[in-house]
Ligand binder design. Structure first.
Ligand SMILES: Nc1ncnc2c1ncn2[C@@H]1O[C@H](COP(=O)(O)OP(=O)(O)OP(=O)(O)O)[C@@H](O)[C@H]1O
Ligand SMILES: [Mg+2]
Length: 460
């Protein structure tokens, strides 16, 4: 529950008794009343991002409630204003609502009515301020160099600070985190922000390269080093000269190769296969693992000496479920990226959507969240932006819908957009989509779309 005690409520009335009774009622309900004798006095105290609501009488000497409402809305259209009208003064009440008042109270009114209105108003206010803060945060992140580490929970802020610090020193780094937590992103961020930033970033997935070729991939070989070595080949380590080598899934590196890697890390030289001429290397190594390397070393599945050498600077990257407060922010970030990529508007996220996001455990971490955000941008219209419905189409690893399912949903979305644009006029929609009438009708039926539902719709 949210504590009302920090929620201020401006009470503006020239009559002292109303200020006092309304103030007492709200104080009992846990709010912080701020009484003012005039609209002018209240406006002078109204700060940006005022975290509460405004309650004002309409009839006052000097600036009246309607003028106050207009001025408040000019400064901040999201700030709820509740106006108090005289008994039976319907026309003023109607005008107030038209001007954008949050609600109105007719004199005399019961305390509970006031409290209820203030409660709903301040809840709405809290949500819009939260959205505003998220947006500001996103804008601030946009100016940082290299890939952005989105998130403002203390764990992520600490991680971002560590990335910043590590990027300026030459140490090798071990990243440790579950699938999709951002190991790749962090490795690139460290590289980009380091003095090596303009130099190559060479990523090698140790689990994906066949054991028979990984050695020559990494170290290169001389002509004739083995059967089939027709030319000299420069390995990834040499290619990365001056830059950074990212050894992903280091746990799957063959044990025999681990010895060689240890030597590279210690001596900063390599020898191509088929040569014993050491070549000096200027690289930084960032390794990443999903598993507990220490346990693997103890079990004899990973070389202990290499583990200790890698473990000098270790950055653990926490799973998403340990930084839930970042989920909506990350979601909006991914949605904004996906939207700009396909020149679409990022659809808004409502309170129900946010709770659906928060309720999920995200075993696929940021990647799973990114997949969902992309689907939301592309396919959200097919389910009225019901995030929970979209989420049901995702399995726990964040796997995609099948291709036919995506094509189906995408087609539905395009047709629905065309219907909206042409206000349900089938002839125009056929022309727009280049479809014969019969085909369009078949598709409408299959997708359960009704042209007449779009008759009065606005353009999408
Ligand atoms: N904090 C973050 N801010 C912005 N984007 C993020 C963040 N964390 C992860 N991402 C994005 O989420 C996706 C998955 O991250 P990434 O590929 O770095 O994970 P990973 O740990 O390397 O996963 P895997 O273990 O499966 O290789 C990427 O698109 C990445 O850019
Ligand atoms: Mg990765």
């Amino acid at each position: 529950m949210h504590d009302n005690a920090d929620v201020p409520v401006m009470i503006i009335d020239d009559e002292a008794h109303l200020r006092i009774t309304a103030g007492q009622t709200l104080e009992l309900a846990g709010y912080t009343p701020r009484p003012f004798e005039s609209a002018e006095a209240a406006l002078a105290e109204l700060e940006t991002d005022f975290a509460g609501v405004v309650v004002s009488d309409i009839r006052m000497p000097g600036m009246d409630g309607m003028a106050l409402l207009r001025e408040v809305r000019r400064r901040d259209p999201d700030l709820p204003v509740i106006l108090i009208t005289g008994h039976g003064d319907i026309s003023t009440a109607v005008e107030a609502m038209r001007e954008g008042a949050w609600d109105f109270l007719e004199k005399p009114f019961a305390g509970e009515r006031l409290v209820e209105m203030v409660r709903r108003g301040s809840e709405k206010r809290r949500l819009s301020l939260e959205n505003r803060a998220l947006k500001a945060e996103l804008e601030a992140q946009q100016s940082a160099p290299g890939p952005r580490l989105v998130g403002r929970t203390p764990v992520i802020q600490r991680l971002a600070a560590m990335v910043q610090r590590i990027s300026r020193v030459e140490a090798d780094v071990l990243l440790f985190g579950e699938t999709g937590t951002g190991k790749d992103l962090v490795a690139r961020a460290i590289h980009e922000r380091s003095p090596r930033g303009g130099r190559p970033f060479v990523a090698i997935n140790c689990g994906a390269v066949p054991e028979s070729t990984i050695e020559s991939e990494l170290f290169g070989h001389e002509k004739g080093a083995f059967t089939g070595a027709l030319e000299r080949r420069i390995g990834k380590f040499e290619h990365a000269g001056g830059g950074t080598v990212f050894l992903d899934e280091i746990e799957s590196m063959p044990l025999a190769l681990q010895v060689k890697l240890l030597r590279v890390l210690q001596e900063r030289t390599i020898e191509r296969l088929g040569s014993n001429q050491p070549v000096p290397l200027d690289i930084r190594v960032i390794a990443a693992t999903k598993i507990d390397l220490k346990a693997a070393a103890e079990a004899g599945e990973f070389r202990e000496d290499l583990y200790y050498r890698l473990n000098v600077v270790t950055l653990p990257i926490p799973p998403l479920r340990e930084r839930r407060e970042d989920i909506p922010l990350l979601f909006q970030h991914f949605a904004a990226v996906a939207a700009s990529r396909s020149s679409m508007e990022a659809p808004p996220l409502d309170a129900a959507g946010i709770s659906a996001l928060l309720a999920h455990d995200w075993p696929g971490n940021a990647r799973e969240l990114r997949n969902l955000a992309e689907r939301y941008v592309l396919l959200g219209v097919t389910c009225d932006y019901r995030l929970d419905m979209l989420m049901e189409g995702v399995d726990n690893n964040g796997a995609e819908l099948s291709l036919p399912e995506q094509v189906e949903l995408f087609e539905k979305q395009l047709i629905s957009q065309a219907l909206a644009r042409h206000h349900g006029h089938v002839t125009d929609v056929c022309e727009h989509l280049g479809l014969p009438r019969k085909t369009l009708y078949d598709k409408l039926k299959r997708h359960n779309l009704k042209a007449e539902h779009y008759r009065h719709s606005a353009d999408p």
